[in-house]
Write a protein that binds this ligand. Structure first.
Ligand code: FE2
Length: 281
């Protein structure tokens, strides 16, 4: 099948009214509601996380990674909450609960999904960190979520390709890499991400980040958007995700300047990002 017709087929499937969008895992939905509800108690969040054994063990694995590890190994969610704080543990749970969305039996698509997952996790960690270091502590949780989800449209595109390919609609064998890269990096991923996050009833500020994180010019008064754009470029500089450009000078970006972040803080972000790749699992 020629590349153009493959591309047309995929775009048609994405535009179809019958497009099946992935569902937000139930536990992620529950955590999202609980975190935004002022009446939620620490015990409620703990119960939710402990109630899901697989999730709890993933959270403990991340909590014991080099980035968070203290002197003693954390072996219960309760200890993780004491060490890291309940909101951070809930955020980690939210992130790892989405891991299952990034799995497939197709080896070629699987490699792409792996890179998307690493990028999502790294962008979440670094966005949260940047919020804490640019005087926007109150937005640190939102930065984590917006960073985690900003490229979720790429996941939608990949899952559609995965399904078409499983149904043998894209011919046999691996797909051309340039076709995949072109589709994933096109602004379709912004539109698809926006639609999906709206469908998931996520707060508007997260949806806007998905929609506008490549838009030029962008709204530099939107701190959340500015933070995620900077985190995204930091990931690109380190080659975490689908794009790689080691020549990016983070301190010279308009985003770093708008946030008032200099070389030292940005070098620390790069170190954090190197750790986050091993954490993502
Ligand atoms: Fe993007």
């Amino acid at each position: 099948m020629v590349q153009q017709s493959l591309q047309d087929l995929i775009i048609k499937a994405l535009a179809s009214e019958n497009l099946q969008l992935p569902a937000l895992p139930t536990i992620a939905m529950q955590l999202q509601h609980a975190l935004r509800d002022r009446n939620t108690k620490v015990a409620d969040l703990e119960k939710m996380i402990v109630g899901d054994q697989a999730l709890a063990s993933q959270v403990l694995r991340v909590a014991n990674s080099s980035f968070y590890r203290g002197l003693q190994r954390i072996n219960t969610i309760q200890k993780a909450i004491i060490r890291l704080g309940v909101r951070k543990v809930a955020m980690l749970a939210m992130a790892v609960s989405q891991r299952s969305l990034y799995l497939t039996g197709n080896p070629q698509i699987g490699l792409y999904m792996e890179r998307l997952w690493q990028h999502a996790f790294a962008a979440a960690q670094s966005s949260q960190w940047l919020a804490n270091h640019c005087g926007c502590r109150t937005q640190a949780d939102d930065a984590f979520m917006a960073g985690l989800l900003h490229n979720i449209g790429q996941l939608v595109i990949l899952r559609v390709i995965d399904e078409l390919s499983a149904n043998k609609q894209l011919g046999g064998g691996p797909l051309p890499e340039n076709l995949l890269n072109e589709l994933l990096n096109s602004n379709m991923h912004n539109a698809m991400g926006y639609v999906l996050m709206k469908r998931w009833n996520l707060p508007d500020e997260y949806c806007i980040v998905a929609r506008d994180h490549h838009r030029e010019p962008y709204d530099s008064d939107n701190i959340l958007l500015t933070i995620v754009r900077l985190a995204d470029q930091a990931c690109e500089k380190l080659g975490i995700g689908l794009r790689s450009d080691s020549s990016i000078a983070l301190a010279a970006t308009p985003e770093a300047q708008a946030l008032g972040l200099g070389e030292i803080v940005l070098t620390e972000v790069e170190i954090l990002l190197e750790d986050s790749v091993t954490m993502a699992g």
